[in-house]
Design a protein around this ligand. Sequence first.
Ligand code: SF4
Length: 332
Amino acid sequence: MPDDAPLLSVRDLRVSFRTFDGQADVLQGVNLDVPRGIRVGLVGESGCGKSVTMKTIMGTLATPPARVTHGQIMFDGQDLLTMPAARRNRLKGTDMSMVFQDPTTSLNPVFRVGHQMEDIVRWSDRRRGIQRNHKARKARVLEVLEMVRLADGERIYDAFPIQLSGGMRQRIIIGMALLNEPRLLIADEPGTALDVTTQDEILRLMDDLVREEGLSLLMITHNLGVVRQMTDHVYVMYAGSVVEDSPTAELFDNPSHPYTKALLACVPKLDGTATYEGIGGSLPDYTDPPAGCRFHPRCPHATDRCLTRPPAFTVRPGHTAACWLHEPEAHA
Ligand code: SF4
């Protein structure tokens, strides 16, 4: 596996759901790469398919009602979709780890924090064929509690989740994801259930840890401020596919897809020039989506051409947009 190959590479991923109203084609061919040691953002409004993408990568999507109909998810050169379930399960929580968004529901209220964290170490030791006694496992838990900047690890080890604040619980969730030294961290809107000050502390902590540990990060969020602060490269999703991808700074300087421009126009600005009405219209019905570009019913630039689905056109090196406005002939 060449060192410059992405750690995670998703190709033409399609996922459908069986519903009472018929088949809903929720992912329509998602492509994205997470290179080694790089922080990648996946952004879009609620319902655009971010969480389905993340769950399909982690293998936690309920099938049925969902069904992966096409695609590849390559992790370190191995296709997660075709590897035996036991091997895939070994990767979860070890090489790939997940930080969940809601610390209040992610911890079991009836077990002490240390007990829950030690369980993760024991579980992954078994999968890796390692044997550690209670003392060594506890030492690892205390080490991680210190890593996530929680002082007084012994007290937290013995505490029940209810005895800790939301911010402390979110730090524990991050610590749990780091216990087994993963190479890829997938974070689903961490801290959104917390107040903004604590959320900011949590995001800074995660950013520090990702850099210190040299991890690859896939950050799923609807918050463009988080994307700007926390990622090197960003994928913008709309209605089940990636419509634009770019280095983060370039995306904010030169947004190229009409959907990305509309999203950015909604971000409140200090001079009060944001579009407070939001983006007109709503996400399409996935059981009966519009033909061609799924954004066309909401797009001010739509033409008949948009009734055919646009491919991803290169706007600048490393920056693509799936929009006919960027077809090379359109500029000729
Ligand atoms: Fe708008 Fe057409 Fe571009 Fe879609 S392809 S974003 S409808 S201009």
